[in-house]
Design a protein around this ligand. Structure first.
Ligand SMILES: [Zn+2]
Length: 64
C-alpha cells in the first residue's frame, strides 16, 4: 500500500499529486510547490522516496 500524501505544507491544499514518470516528485496544484528527492531512485522506491520527502516537509510557520 502506498504511503499517504500529506496536505501541502505551504498552502494547506490536499490537491497534491505525484508524477507517474521518472524522476518521481510530488507537486501541489494549489500553489505549484514541488518537492523532489535529492537522488531520485527508479520504480517503486522512487515513488516512496518522493512521498517521504514530501511528508517530511514541515508546515511553514504562521507568523508574518
Ligand atoms: Zn500548496
Amino acid at each position: 500500500m502506498m504511503d499517504e500524501l500529506k496536505p501541502c505544507p505551504f498552502c494547506g491544499s490536499t490537491d497534491v499529486h505525484i508524477t507517474d514518470a521518472w524522476p518521481h516528485y510530488v507537486y501541489c496544484l494549489g500553489c505549484n510547490a514541488r518537492v523532489k528527492p535529492i537522488n531520485p531512485q527508479f520504480g517503486e522506491d522512487g515513488i516512496k522516496e518522493a512521498v517521504m520527502a514530501w511528508n517530511r516537509r514541515r508546515p511553514v510557520k504562521e507568523d508574518t
